[in-house]
Write a protein that binds this ligand. Structure first.
Ligand code: AHG
Ligand code: MN
Ligand code: MN
Length: 345
């Protein structure tokens, strides 16, 4: 009989892998475990969508003028509650809040900011499509004011390269948490029996498969730049002698599209186009955390002219085009779009 190996829980993994020998795990670990607790609460509510009246929309609009569902607000509140005790945090940036949210007075300034999209893709919930939470932890530049109350925008608008940790929670057939702290990418699945997130994939690498996917909303073709047209035309050309051609996959739910791209390879694209000069996705809590995940897994992410992780935000809710996935495909996209390796003939 084969001996059963014990699968580490998220907490056990963080303790053994993220702490230096014989020392305490770093403080961001408490934020991550808080996010996992919030994810458990959000997953439960997501699973009951349709039964509990979390849809239809409330009629409220979030800071981007988009209809916010009650479940987006629930997810935001669950996250704020579950991370509020983490001493390293001083404030939160959320898709659901117009301004930087300082933590209640009396909370120490731990020098760190959580940027979060509490529930991305919630418009998909009405048809039972996976949605997700995206998170990014950033240090803020030292401020004169030890309480953090004196934080200015320039203290917090840090490029993605500075992230301490980043990742996402996917509410799909299984609730899955993927994170990186800059030392590889690890994936955990929540066991509904025990309620624990259990290690499922250690050190995930984005594959370079022979059957490749491109992933984009092609309904916007009419508004694309000619270079974007040319890139997608390239994917549709008959492949040279015997090679497998491209296939398309697009869910329209970022966390699900990125998770597939991370596990099976391919190229995810949300480009700029006429009417959306910066694309749709938000830099600080959508593109930058996904870019750190991709780079740490051996892939790449660019806005077409600059690596996402090098962009210094001008605004907490800034948008950016995003091309992410298998490194050679992102290189190819960048070469068509005018950045990176010189375009092959
Ligand atoms: P939101 O943040 O409003 O929930 O938007 C979802 C996002 C993201 O999940 C997905 O990648 C993108 O919207 C899809 O947008 P299109 O419908 O324009 O393709
Ligand atoms: Mn959202
Ligand atoms: Mn979103």
């Amino acid at each position: 009989m084969r001996a059963r190996t014990l699968v580490p829980t998220l907490e056990a993994f963080l303790e053994s892998e993220e702490a230096a020998p014989s020392s305490e795990p770093p403080d961001w670990v408490h934020v991550l475990t808080g996010l996992a607790r919030a994810g458990t609460r959000i997953a439960r509510v997501v699973a009951r969508t349709g039964l509990t009246g979390t849809l239809p929309r409330t009629g409220d609009r979030n800071v981007h003028g988009e209809a916010a569902t009650r479940i987006d607000k629930y997810a935001h509140n669950a996250i704020v509650e579950e991370v509020a005790d983490a001493e390293m945090l001083c404030s939160i940036i959320s898709e659901e809040a117009e301004d930087l949210m300082p933590l209640p007075s009396g909370h120490p300034d731990g020098g760190c900011i959580l940027a979060v999209d509490p529930l991305d893709g919630s418009s998909n919930l009405g048809v039972n499509v996976p949605v997700g939470t995206i998170f990014s932890l950033l240090p803020h530049s030292p401020s004169d004011d030890a309480t953090g109350a004196g934080l200015t925008l320039s203290d917090i608008l840090r490029p993605g390269r500075d992230q301490i940790a980043a990742g996402y929670i996917l509410y799909g057939a299984a609730t899955t948490l993927v994170y990186t702290s800059g030392r590889g990418v690890h994936g955990f699945i929540r066991d509904p029996e025990s309620g624990e997130f259990l290690l499922n994939r250690r050190d995930i690498r984005v594959p370079s498969p022979s059957a490749r996917h491109y992933s984009t909303n092609e309904a916007y073709t009419r508004r694309w730049d000619p270079r974007q047209h040319e890139l997608v035309r390239h994917f549709k050309k008959p492949p040279p002698g015997g090679a497998k051609g491209f296939s398309a996959r697009y869910i329209g739910s970022l966390v699900a599209d990125i998770h597939r791209t991370l596990l099976v390879g391919g190229l995810f694209m949300y480009p700029a186009f006429r009417g959306k000069p910066e694309g749709k996705l938000r830099l600080m809590y959508e593109a930058a955390p996904m870019a750190l995940i991709m780079e740490q897994a051996g892939g790449r992410a660019t806005n077409g002219t600059e690596d996402i992780l090098d962009i210094r935000p001008r605004d907490i809710h800034q948008r950016t085009p995003l091309f992410a996935g298998t490194r050679e495909l992102v290189d190819l996209a960048a070469s068509f779009l005018g950045h990176g390796e010189r375009r092959r003939a």
